[in-house]
Every structure is written in C-alpha cells, then in structure tokens.
Ligand binder design. Structure first.
Ligand code: NAD
Ligand code: IPM
Ligand code: MG
Length: 372
C-alpha cells in the first residue's frame, strides 16, 4: 500500500518518540513491502518560534493532503507558566483537530502482565483491564466561547454540545462495543450539567439500535474512582472532551506509565495518531522518554488502513520488549535502555519476526483491535 504520512514532531520529547514510531513504520514497509512517504512540518511551540503561529498554514495544508498524520507532542513551560501569553502551542493542536474534523479520539487502556508490578495498583485489581475510551474531541468546553472581562477578574468557558456532535461519536462507540465485550458506559455529570443530560438522552436513544450492547451511565466523579478500584468492569467508555482528557491520564496509571498509551483521532475524512502524553519537557533531550505510546499510535494508524497483520507485527514486537524488559526508566528504575534503543529493538523485531521468541497471535498481551 502507498501512504502519505504527515509527521508533526512538535516539542519536548515529541520528536524523540515520533522518530521511533517512524523507525517501526519503516520496518513495516520493509517487511510487508509497502511504500510510505513521510513529510514533516512544525507545530506547537517550535512553530511559534519559527513562524509565529502554532499551526502554520503549510502545516495544516500538509495534514489535509496526507492520508494520515502522526503527531508527537506539543507544549512548553514558557507558555504554561504565562497566563497572559497571547499565543499558545496547544492552540495548534486544538485547531488541527477542529480543521481536520477529528471528532472521535480513541484511547485504549490495558494492563500488560509483564508490567503488573509497575502499577501502584494491586495486580488483582488491574489484571484483565482492557477498555477503550471514546473521547469527543472537537466540541464541549474546549471549543465553547471564552470570555474574560475587561478588569481581568471574571472568566468563563462555555460547554456546549449539539445532538449531532453527540450522535456521531456515539455510533462509533456502540459499534466498537458491539465488536468487543458489548458494554458501553457513558461517563457524564448529568446530575448537574444540562449538556450531560443531552448526552444521556441522545445516547440512550441511539442505544435502542444496538440491543446487543449493554448501556450504563456513570457520573464522572464515580467513574474516576471506579477506574482505579475496578477497571476490568469497563469495555467502552464514551465521554465528552474534558472528562475524556482527565480519565485517560488516570487510566494510564493502570498500565504503569502514561508513556504506553496511544490514541487515534478520527473524523469523516482525516485521521491523526498520537500518544496521549504531552511534551514531557523535563525529559526532552535525555533519551529517557518511553516511545511505546508513539509506536502503538503508529500501529493504530496501520489498523485504520486495515493493515491488521502489520499492526500485529508492531504489537508483537512491543510485547516482546515489555516481556524482555527492554524498556525506558519509567517502566524499570535504572533501566539501561533509552528511547532510541527501545525503538531500535522494537523496529528490529518487526523485521525479524520469525525468531527465537515463541509468540503467536493468541498470546500477545496488547488487547483487542480498537479501530473499526
Ligand atoms: N497531545 C499533546 O501534545 C499534549 C498532551 C498533554 C500535555 N501536553 C502539553 O505538554 C506539556 C507538559 O504537560 P504535563 O507535564 O502536564 O504532561 P506530560 O504528559 O508531558 O508529562 C506528565 C508526566 O508524565 C510522564 N511522561 C509523559 N510522557 C512520558 C513518556 N513518553 N515517557 C515517560 N514518562 C512520560 C512524566 O513523568 C511527566 O512528568 C504542557 O505544555 C501540556 O500542555 C501536550
Ligand atoms: C495539550 C492538550 C490540548 C491536550 C488535550 O487536552 O486534549 C492533551 O492533554 C491531550 O490529552 O491530548
Ligand atoms: Mg491530556
């Protein structure tokens, strides 16, 4: 298959982890005889520095023309620590999501047996965790009207959702649940928020068309607790933009590191793949960032184009790295392996899948396919 992939490395550890994902895609090209063309463009703080704009026109154009976008991370403490900054790296990512129409952000959460002892949660609690968060990505409080009065003393952010915005992601989430464990949990705050009551109404109605899927509802405060008390109860979690952002970072505690959690953002016409973590500025340039979230995002990219065997080859190689302890320091204190070495090991094991390590599709511990 021929694919044009836009690469947006961004800031902090973004370029380092993205480079490992590209190595893995190149290994897939070599092994499975595909041809991917990569074109790179700036986004985030680096784009502000170079072009005065966190999402330069040429970057957006490249993304619109590409078959898929592979994104590193954006963000810089310079802006995080300046409440008066006129322009921010995050605006680049948010505008990109909106412009590409990426309304559904899919974030799988897994507990890998090789990492049970890395989680602060007990093995008995996290064992069997395999759920996926469907986070609405282009609406809600992130995109509602923002106001600050002239005195700078009162501010507001509007949280608004339409039936259409809810229903398009709800259908995707129900379809995913239908192909998985047939359970969908809507996480909201319907006891307080009008927008959440609309979510409940719309999702309950759509649920009638998916009778095989059990639908339940959970308030977000309770969900935050349930995710770490009893994560294996979940299959598909559907939720609005901000709740999804928060509970997905929380979910990463189960797996042992946020450096493991990948995501796919999809819309009608475009798709973008990125780790859920940020630019981890403290880790930049130190070769310590875990590249697995980025590498598994590349696997989700392949799944999106129905290259399932190729995606499994990446997952197997990741599985092997985890089982052999070829991991960055977030997963093993004093690990001798850096970002690059972990990336090299995984890429090498994609090419060299017929080797000593006896694995078949049934015993890789990286969960179900999440793209439908
Ligand atoms: N999608 C994105 O690009 C994205 C996502 C989240 C945050 N951000 C931005 O990133 C900047 C830093 O934000 P933050 O510190 O709150 O979140 P962060 O995700 O960058 O880092 C939080 C902590 O998670 C750990 N971590 C993150 N990525 C890791 C990796 N690959 N390997 C090992 N450990 C990792 C580190 O311990 C780090 O201190 C901010 O400017 C924020 O706006 C961007
Ligand atoms: C950087 C920020 C805008 C972004 C978000 O809140 O969506 C990030 O936290 C994420 O999870 O992708
Ligand atoms: Mg986030």
């Amino acid at each position: 298959m021929n694919l044009n992939i836009a690469l947006l490395p961004g800031d902090g550890v973004g370029p380092e982890v993205l480079a490992q994902a590209v190595k893995c895609l190149q290994a897939v090209e070599e092994t499975f005889n595909h041809h991917f063309v990569y074109k790179e463009a700036p986004v985030g703080a680096i784009a502000i520095q170079k072009k005065g704009n966190p999402l330069p026109d040429n970057t957006l154009k490249l993304c619109k023309e590409a078959d898929a976008v592979l994104f590193g991370a954006i963000g810089d403490p310079k802006y995080d620590n300046d409440p008066n900054a006129k322009v921010r790296p995050e605006q680049g990512l948010l505008k990109l999501r909106k412009e590409l129409g990426l309304f559904a952000n899919i974030r799988p959460v897994l507990a890998h047996p090789a990492l049970f002892d890395r989680s602060p949660l007990k093995k008995e609690i996290i064992s069997g965790t395999d759920f996926v968060i469907y986070r609405e990505l282009t609406g809600g409080i992130y995109f509602g009207e923002k106001k600050l009065n002239e005195e700078g003393t009162v501010a507001s952010d509007l949280c608004e959702y339409s039936e259409e915005e809810i229903s398009r992601i709800a259908h995707l989430a129900f379809k995913a649940a239908k192909s998985r464990k047939k359970k969908l949990t809507l996480v909201d705050k319907a006891n307080v928020l009008e927008s959440s009551r609309l979510w409940r109404k719309v999702v309950a109605k759509i649920g009638e068309s998916y009778p095989e899927v059990t639908l339940d509802f959970l308030f977000v405060d309770n969900a935050a607790m349930q995710i770490i008390l009893n994560p294996s109860q979940f299959d598909v979690i559907l939720t609005e933009n901000m709740f999804g952002d928060i509970i997905s970072d929380e979910g990463s505690v189960i797996g042992g590191s946020i450096g493991l959690l990948a995501s796919a953002s999809v819309g009608e016409e475009n798709a973008l793949f990125e780790p859920i973590h940020g630019s981890f500025p403290q880790g930049a340039g130190k070769d310590i960032a875990n590249p697995i979230a980025s590498i598994l995002s590349a696997a989700m990219l392949l799944e999106h184009f129905n290259l399932s065997e190729e995606a499994v080859a990446i997952k197997k190689a990741v599985d092997k790295a985890l089982k052999k302890g070829i991991v960055t320091p977030d997963l093993k204190a004093k690990s001798q392996y850096g970002t690059n070495q972990v990336g090299d090991f995984i890429a090498h094991n994609i090419v060299d899948i017929e080797d000593d390590f006896n694995m078949n599709d049934e015993n890789i511990d990286l969960g179900k396919s999440t793209i439908i």
